[in-house]
Design a protein around this ligand. Structure first.
Ligand code: F6P
Length: 415
């Protein structure tokens, strides 16, 4: 096939990873790589640090790193973004036409026919801009496609996102484990766990998965979809404390008070903002623990799951890993069939038994849009989630995928 262009078209592809990593973003990368290889791609390039790296002509030939099927399997089990990531907002064409000229120049230099970007709603803005630019400039020989990803689960249209199931499994598991530790001493103690997800409470809702016959789970769960009232919160803590001395609370990093301010903003001296205008959220649990401690004088313990929840691949969901791999491959297949300006999505066919299909959807409906938890799933005056929410999350955390262990620790692949 090589060297016979015009007879059978050889295809080169390039793939990048963008935004916050997940436990399974590399499974999607593996899916892209494997499908492109199986479909006869000549060269499979990887952007170093997403579009930001590409603009500086930083890329690798992925075949040099993924030489054997075992390498691909290890990649699937390696957390975080193998290629490196970025949070880089493409300027609009009118503001910086040279940025687009540069991207096309690099793609032409590498003879790329298919461009793939694995990312969340911000990163899909890159696919939207590039596919619109290609359309406007009548560039018909390069397709631009998005592969979904985000622990936040806040992408529109898709049933859920790759990365969410594994992070939810970590959260459910760790809340279970913490709930054992939190009650170990006969003293008054309030444990407050801060969970990521920005303005969407999908991940925090996963704390509810911990509850079962062997675990009381979290006593109070606060999502960012409802206004956070400090006085009401304190009253709830006191209410729970009346029947148990150890209170366990899960709170989203993105909870806001009625004035629209993040709770963690009160504690931040110099809050960092990324290129998409997102404030770096951190410190909610510490802030609330301080308030509870001051009010009641009890021991408090703030715990921020922070980045651990998105890289804990040792407790990954097999369903999540398999789906992430699958959707990566499906997007490649669609691109090879001519699709452009589209993103892979999951379509839930049924819950019991859980059945899921993949499809592709117009990037314009997904880029820059945040999907939040439905209000009717948030119950008990904003302190719990409904059975419907649990039924939605439960299939996504099913199945175990263990790392390959070497010398007692997980084996990973790195550049
Ligand atoms: O979007 C994914 C996410 O993990 C959010 O839940 C979180 O607020 C954000 O990324 C943190 O980003 P960073 O690691 O760049 O500070």
């Amino acid at each position: 096939m090589n060297g016979e262009r015009g007879f059978i078209m050889s295809k080169n592809i390039i793939v990048g990873q963008s935004g916050g990593p997940t436990s399974v973003i590399n499974s999607s990368l593996a899916g892209v790589f494997q499908a492109a290889k199986d479909l006869g791609a000549s060269k499979i390039y990887g952007m170093r640090n997403g579009i930001e790296g590409l603009l500086n002509e930083q890329y690798i030939d992925m075949s040099e790193y993924l030489r054997t099927p075992m390498d691909v399997e290890i990649l699937k089990r390696t957390p975080s973004a193998f290629l490196g990531s970025c949070r880089f907002k493409l300027p609009t064409v009118d503001k910086s036409p040279e940025t687009y000229d540069k991207i096309i120049e690099v793609l032409r230099k590498l003879d790329i026919q298919h461009f793939f970007y694995i990312g969340g709603n911000d990163s899909m803005d890159t696919i939207k801009q590039l596919s619109e630019y290609a359309e406007a400039k009548n560039i018909t020989d390069i397709t631009f496609m998005g592969v979904p990803k985000t622990i936040d689960n806040d992408l529109a249209v898709t049933d859920h996102t790759p990365g969410y199931g594994s992070a939810a499994k970590y959260i459910g598991t760790t809340i279970k484990e913490l709930s054992r530790d939190a009650v170990v001493q006969p003293i008054d103690v309030v444990t407050i766990v801060e969970i990521m997800g920005r303005n969407a409470g999908w991940l925090t809702a996963a704390a509810a998965l911990a509850k079962g016959s062997d675990c009381e789970g979290a006593d109070l769960i606060y999502l960012p979809e409802t206004v956070f009232d400090i006085e009401k919160f304190l009253a709830k803590v006191e209410e729970v404390h009346k029947y148990k001395r150890q209170v366990l609370i899960a709170v989203s990093e993105g909870v806001k008070t009625a004035d629209g301010k993040y709770v963690c903003e009160a504690a931040a001296t110099n809050m960092k903002v990324d290129s998409f205008g997102h404030k770096q959220l951190s410190g909610t649990a510490t802030t609330l623990a301080g308030i509870v401690g001051d009010k009641f004088g009890w021991k408090t313990r703030p715990i921020e799951f922070s980045t651990i929840q998105r890289c804990a691949s040792h407790i990954g969901s097999l369903t999540d890993v398999n789906e992430a791999f699958l959707v990566g491959g499906q997007v490649v297949k669609a691109a090879f069939e001519g699709a452009t300006g589209k993103v892979g999505i999951y379509v839930r066919v049924s819950n019991k038994p859980y059945m899921m299909n993949t499809d592709i959807y117009d990037v314009k409906a997904i880029a820059n849009v945040e999907k939040t938890v439905p209000q009717e799933w948030i119950i008990n005056d904003g302190t719990a989630v409904s059975q419907e929410a649990i039924d939605y999350m439960n299939p996504l955390i099913q199945g175990e995928i263990y790392p390959y262990m070497v010398n007692g620790l997980p084996k990973h692949i790195k550049l």
